[in-house]
Write a protein that binds this ligand. Structure first.
Ligand SMILES: Cc1cc2nc3c(=O)[nH]c(=O)nc-3n(C[C@H](O)[C@H](O)[C@H](O)COP(=O)(O)OP(=O)(O)OC[C@H]3O[C@@H](n4cnc5c(N)ncnc54)[C@H](O)[C@@H]3O)c2cc1C
Length: 451
């Protein structure tokens, strides 16, 4: 009989719940699973909170989710092969969803497709404070705090899965004179509602997805003008009137922002869309992944297993930059589950071989040129993860949707969310949008599915 395993999942976001989902599907009697979640609900960033800074327990607020967020990738590129959007909503819907509708879909999979009530595995309002590896007993001691009572507990586990997300610790740059700025300065992590910037001139620092979306949001909800500022390269979209790009900020004097090209402008608010730091403060030093945003962080076999001689029992989920997000998390959750429960064919166990294989991916990742190669790289990563797990062989084919998505964005950054795709799994063609995204101010599920 297989020896008993006790698995700890940290975080019940889309990643942690995907792992939980697959453990439930496999129902291995030799494996016990516990998931610690510091909030009182699942699905992580897909929850909206008005709070910023610290929460009701004095914990750093986890999510940077904002009102009026619509998904920024086509749903056909991230759907679950065995639970499509058509399965969930019962009909064809547009390709880009408002946040509540996306959350509803994610929850639908967990509730309707799980074999049992997987919420019972989750310890809510429980923060993981420390994880220590015990060499002698080859297990981990996980220290948790019940945030409601303040009580702490030590529990031993054979395996640990870290699924706390990578968008929760803001990375904030300094610009000379920023302390003289009289207006509001926030990081995008604290951006909650674009209507707060109505009638304002806004500087958005950054040139990645969040800068792009926050600039568009601010314009949509009535900001007078938006200047985005890039460090290395501009986003180069055909921006609508009201948004323009400039190089990096050189200094700030009161309301006046000076840029490296010698230009300057007055603004009323500054939003730092400058990304996040990878931060896992609750892990002991030799377990802690250190990386910046990339499609393949170094030190992880199959992008998941922490490579440390003598300890192949710690896993990370969702630490790669994301195109296929939910599909990728799901394939990863299944691979981890099969690895732990010893149900993978040709499972590698030799650390040196694993390191070599991981290094090949890291090298390939470093050589990627352009977004289409990045998309295809992630498709290949999913294919590789899925080998022998039984995960849908069609999932990697979603790369074609992201290629189109990228060219739609280049053609028109304002209307890319109005485009249509056809599901790989259900064959359902997207329903047309009732209103163009830029003119649609109602994010409710009821209006979204009404036709
Ligand atoms: C503003 C924003 C918009 C985005 N929009 C999109 C989009 O349109 N489409 C898309 O596909 N992706 C989008 N993303 C990417 C997003 O990362 C993923 O969709 C997804 O939420 C990641 O899931 P996760 O489980 O890795 O992390 P999270 O969603 O961050 O969940 C992590 C969970 O871990 C818990 N946790 C953290 N620390 C601890 C601890 N110490 N102890 C216990 N629990 C802990 C948290 O409370 C949280 O519930 C967006 C991200 C951001 C920030």
């Amino acid at each position: 009989m297989a020896s008993k395993r006790k698995v700890c999942i940290i975080g019940a976001g889309p990643c942690g719940t995907s792992a939980l989902f697959h453990f439930d599907q496999i129902s291995d009697s030799a494996t016990e699973v516990v998931c610690y979640e510091k909030s009182d609900t699942w699905l992580g960033l897909w929850n909206f909170t008005w709070m910023t800074g610290t929460d009701e327990f004095g914990e750093p607020c986890h999510g940077g989710m904002y009102k009026h967020l619509w998904s920024n990738g086509p749903k056909e590129g991230l759907e679950y092969p065995y639970y499509t959007f058509t399965d969930h909503f019962g009909k064809a819907i547009p390709s880009f969803l408002p946040r509540p509708a996306m959350r509803d879909y994610l929850e639908g999979r967990l509730v309707k497709k799980s074999k049992s009530d997987i919420k019972r595995f989750i310890k809510w309002n429980t923060a993981v404070r420390y994880v220590r590896y015990n060499k002698k007993s080859d297990d981990f001691t996980v220290t948790t705090e019940n945030l409601k009572t303040g009580q702490t507990f030590d529990t031993n586990f054979t395996h640990v899965i870290v699924a706390v997300g990578i968008f929760n610790t803001p990375d904030k740059p300094y610009f000379e004179g920023i302390e003289t700025f009289p207006g509001r300065i926030i990081h995008s992590h604290d951006f909650r509602d674009a209507t707060q910037f109505k009638g304002q001139r806004v500087l958005v620092v950054g040139a990645k997805y969040s800068a792009e979306d926050i600039a568009l949001q601010c314009l949509k909800f009535g900001a007078t003008s938006i200047v985005t500022s890039y460090r290395s390269s501009p986003m180069n979209f055909k921006w609508p009137v009201g948004i323009e790009e400039r190089p990096l900020v050189k200094k700030i004097q009161g309301k006046v922002v000076h840029f490296l090209d010698g230009s300057s402008t007055e603004v009323d608010s500054i939003i730092l869309s400058t990304g996040y730091k990878y931060k896992f403060p609750f892990l002991e030093d030799n377990l802690r992944l250190s990386s910046s945003r990339t499609l393949y962080p170094a030190g992880l076999y199959k992008g998941s297993l922490w490579l440390q001689e003598g300890n192949k029992k710690l896993f990370y989920m969702g630490v790669q930059d994301q195109f296929f997000s939910f599909t990728m998390f799901d394939a990863q959750g299944l691979w981890i589950c099969r690895y732990i429960t010893d149900t993978l064919p040709n499972k590698l166990t030799n650390c040196e071989e694993m390191k070599k294989e991981a290094q090949k991916w890291v090298q390939r990742c470093r050589g990627l040129k352009g977004i289409n190669e990045q998309i295809d790289f992630q498709a290949d990563f999913i294919k590789d993860l899925s080998y022998g797990t039984g995960y849908s062989p069609d999932a990697p084919k979603a790369n074609k949707f992201f290629h189109k998505w990228d060219s739609d964005k280049k053609a028109n950054i304002v209307s890319y969310r109005d485009q249509q795709f056809t599901s790989l799994y259900s064959g359902t063609e997207t329903a047309p949008c009732t209103k163009p995204w830029f003119q649609n101010f109602d994010d409710s599920i009821s209006q979204f599915i009404k036709r």
